[in-house]
Design a protein around this ligand. Structure first.
Ligand code: FAD
Length: 317
């Protein structure tokens, strides 16, 4: 079932979360261990992120540098199929432009169709560590909107190579990313919203936001979206801070600010356990306020750890 259908028939705020494929070499059990404790909160769908391969240059015995692939997280599509099979809920694979040609994208979408997966979160992806800015593949997409356009064409039965006959119409429900604190490359919020509107006009049927820690920013974002003519559901994304290293890592990586009260609480922490207590309590309050405000769904960034999200869901759902 499509994410938008779940949102339409909901009687209350839905609970959902995203998981990361494990690093290459780890089994599916690690994924199930992360999901099992959260199933009592009835997520109607679970997102599975997609990660590009990273490369590094390793010196060889002859002193020449060799490009080697590191930190592979393959398996997004397979994990989606495993989730559907084991939990009987919908899976939302993330599909990115980075590293994909248009043909490879089409093949990935065909695989999803064959598996009966009719949801996709369409994203551009970030530059890999060796790139200063995002570089699309040759014959790939530069922006998420182009990926959305390709999926919409498949939904109309238009595939890349015209000689294909008896075309099946795909049925993908497409989500896109939104940024209550602006995407870091955008000149300003107005430009970012203009680009978000382009994605919605192209066919994105809902938006899932980047994490934020100040609900005011989400509520203002909703107003700005409305004023810009963006009228699709906007799912807030929340991430509990659970580690001392998150304090510097999250703002630096996701270009988000921590509000003063939260920052003060975190500055007094000396251990991960203390951080987790502050972070979880903060996300509980955020979640309760969003539920009260009638958010369509809350999307939790688990980053592979379900304990904190479980504590939050117990209080907020
Ligand atoms: P876009 O919508 O293409 O926007 C990228 C930038 O370009 C923005 O600044 C935008 O304003 C600008 N822009 C857009 N269109 C134009 C245009 N026509 N001309 C000029 N500028 C333009 N990354 C992963 O690698 N894997 C994941 O699984 C993943 N999941 C995510 C899930 C969520 C909910 C979110 C919020 C992000 C996720 N990301 C993921 C990160 C995302 O890929 C990055 O934030 C990326 O930098 C931007 O992706 P986007 O889809 O928002 O890009």
């Amino acid at each position: 079932m499509k994410v938008t259908d779940h949102l339409k028939k909901r009687k209350h705020t839905l609970f959902s979360f995203e998981i990361l494929p494990p690093l290459k070499g780890k089994g599916i059990d690690a994924i199930f261990e992360g999901i099992d404790p959260l199933m009592e909160f009835n997520p109607p769908f679970i997102n599975v992120t997609y990660h590009r391969e990273e490369y590094m240059y390793k010196k060889q015995a002859d002193n020449l540098l060799k490009k080697v692939s590191i930190r592979k997280r393959p398996g997004t599509v397979g994990i989606c199929a495993a989730i559907i099979n084991r939990y009987h809920v919908d899976a939302v694979p993330h599909l990115i432009c980075g590293g994909f040609t248009r043909d490879e994208t089409e093949n990935a979408l065909i695989d999803l169709q064959f598996l009966g997966i009719d949801n996709v979160l369409a994203l551009r992806g970030d530059p890999i560590k060796t790139e200063r800015s995002f570089v699309p593949e040759k014959n790939g997409h530069q922006y998420a909107v182009e990926l959305i356009e390709q999926i919409v064409r498949m939904n109309k039965g238009i595939y890349l190579h015209e000689e294909i006959e008896n075309k099946e119409h795909a049925q993908f429900c497409i989500g896109a990313a939104g940024y209550p604190e602006k995407h870091y490359e955008s000149m300003n919020m107005k430009t970012d919203l203009k680009h978000l509107k382009t994605k919605v006009d192209a066919g994105a049927e809902y938006v899932t936001t980047q994490m934020f820690f100040d609900n005011k920013k989400y509520f203002i974002f909703l107003e700005h979206c409305k004023a810009a003519g963006i009228n699709v559901p906007i799912i807030p994304g929340l991430k509990p801070i659970t580690k001392l290293r998150h304090i510097a890592f999250l703002p630096k990586t996701f270009f988000i600010d921590l509000p003063d009260d939260l920052a003060d609480g975190l500055m007094a922490c000396k251990t991960d356990a203390e951080v987790e207590k502050v972070g979880v309590e903060w996300t509980i309050r955020q979640s309760q306020e969003l539920v009260e405000a009638g958010a369509p769904c809350i999307h939790y960034y688990t980053m592979g750890k379900s304990d904190a999200v479980k504590q939050i869901a117990k209080e907020a759902f």
